[in-house]
Each structure stands twice: as C-alpha cells, then as structure tokens.
Write a protein that binds this ligand. Sequence first.
Ligand code: BV8
Length: 256
Amino acid sequence: MNTPTIADELAAALAGARFVFVLTGAGVSAESGVPTFRDAQTGLWAKFDPLELATPGAFARDPKRVWDWYAWRRELVANVAPNAGHHALAAIERRVPAFLLATQNVDGLHAKAGSQALVELHGSLSRVKCSREGTIVATWTAPDDGLPPRCVACGAFLRPDVVWFEEMLPEAALARAEDAATRCDVMLVVGTAAEVYPAAALPLSAKRGGALLVEVNPNVTTLSSAADFAVRAPAGVALPALVAAAWPEAVDRSGT
Ligand code: BV8
C-alpha cells in the first residue's frame, strides 16, 4: 500500500495541536493479525453472533462456549505484536502537550506499544474476574469438566474482564474519555465502524466541542460525513504518514 498524501492543513493542525484525543477500534489491530468484528470474511462476527457470545445472557446460557471463545481470543492476542499504527499513536502522545487514547479494543496492544495516557473502555482480554464478586483473578486451573474455572472464594464461574453488551462501561474510563472529547482540539478516530455506544458518541461530542475530526479508516463509516478529514488507508500506513507529515524533522527515541 503506498503512503497516503496528508493534507498540509491536517499536518499543521496535528503539529500545532494542544490536546489530541484518539478513539480506536478493532481496525487498528487488524494489521497485527487480530480479526475485527464486522469485516465480512475475517470478522469474528461473520463466524459468531456477538449477541450469542458477548452478553451476560450468553454466559448464563452457555458459560463453556463463552469462556472457550474468549480463551481462544486470549491465546490469539498473546501471540501478536503491536503494528506501526499502534507505535505511531505512542509517538504522537510523546509529541503533543496533552493526549488521551480511548480504545474499544481488549487486546492490550496499545499498552504494549508504549501508549500511557490510555483508557480501555471495554476492558481487557488479559484480565479474568469472578463473575459474582468482580474480583480480578491472576491464576486459575481449568477444571476437567470442561466448564469455566471457578472462583476459589465463592465458587462462581470466572469470566473475562471485558464489557459485554448490556453492561455498563467502567465509569472512570468513560468519564475520562467524555471529558477529553469535550476538551480536545484534534480527535483521531481510527479503525472503528463507530456503531457501538456509548463509545461511538465520543467523536460527535468532540465535533460539537469544536475539535477537528479526523477519520483513519480504509472504508467509509457512519461517522465519515461528520469528519473534517479522512485518511482512507490502513492504520499501519496512515498513522505513520500522519506523524511524518506533522513532524518531518523529529526523530523519536523509538525512531518512529
Ligand atoms: C451499554 C468487548 C448501558 C467484548 C464490546 C439494546 C440492548 C442493550 C444495549 C443496547 C441495545 N441497543 C443499543 C445498545 C447499546 C449497545 C450497543 O451500542 N449496541 C450496538 C450493537 C448498537 N452498547 C452496549 O450494550 C454497551 N453498554 O450501553 O450499557 C445499557 C445497559 C443495559 C441495557 C442497555 C444499555 C456496551 C458495549 C460494549 C460491548 N463490548 N467489546 C468483546 O470484545 O468481546 S463491543 C466490540 O464491538 C468492540 O469493543 C467494539 O466496540 C465493537 C466493534 O466495533 P469496532 O471496533 O468498530 O470493530 P468493527 O469490526 O465493527 O469495525 C472495524 C473497523 O475497522 C471498520 O470500520 C473497518 O473498515 C476498519 N478497518 C479494518 N481494517 C483496518 C481498519 N481501519 C484501519 N486500519 C485497518 N487496517
């Protein structure tokens, strides 16, 4: 994929930004080999119905199926690495006065790439908790009945520490993201179909607050008409191009 052309106005706005707020979705991890949800062929949802897997009701109905699906995804993300898109976002964070990255992803790749001002709106695959008490559990032994492991304290099934549909998002994380949306002057929306709420409301909130809205996505989404700029390329190509256009001279200690 050749490097996309970045408009001078967009490069200047990013270079001179006071507060950059970023929302990412599954697309930013696609080039790391993590399946997205909606992509027709490879998307997780093409094979599985999320409402049959990512809801409390699904877990209550078939805890083994849901536990196994997340165990498969946990194994998958344990063997992938951040891509140039994740690293470019960490580089932007090091170059602007104020920054926040809110991700819908549960793969932990932004933290692995060095992003620090980071909120995980939908939790993390790497964490497991008691489904009754909510306490995070570091280790567990898979029982031989094939069912999910149980909490040693209360005997309830363990579950992934992710936010399922119909569950509330972590209050502090969402509040921090909503605050950033109203205060930022540039918002990048990267790799998301922007169809899952309340995360999908953040870009419009930033727009209402006067921010420059930039979509990084090879495809058009429901958000595209509201974006001031769109970089129609994969994140792993588009984000490094944005960094190079905004800071042509700067070479970051990590080289990106
Ligand atoms: C809530 C964690 C209050 C788990 C996820 C009816 C009943 C109940 C709720 C609702 C309802 N109607 C609406 C709702 C609200 C619901 C919702 O929004 N539903 C949608 C389907 C309409 N939201 C909720 O339930 C939230 N909680 O509202 O609580 C409440 C309480 C009780 C009752 C009602 C409300 C909780 C939502 C969180 C769900 N958890 N994930 C897990 O991962 O298993 S959602 C999951 O799906 C992701 O986290 C993400 O948010 C979403 C997928 O979206 P994307 O990330 O955008 O990925 P997608 O594949 O769709 O798109 C990829 C994009 O990348 C594409 O645009 C593609 O073009 C692009 N792309 C591809 N390759 C690249 C690329 N871009 C760049 N580079 C590339 N290389």
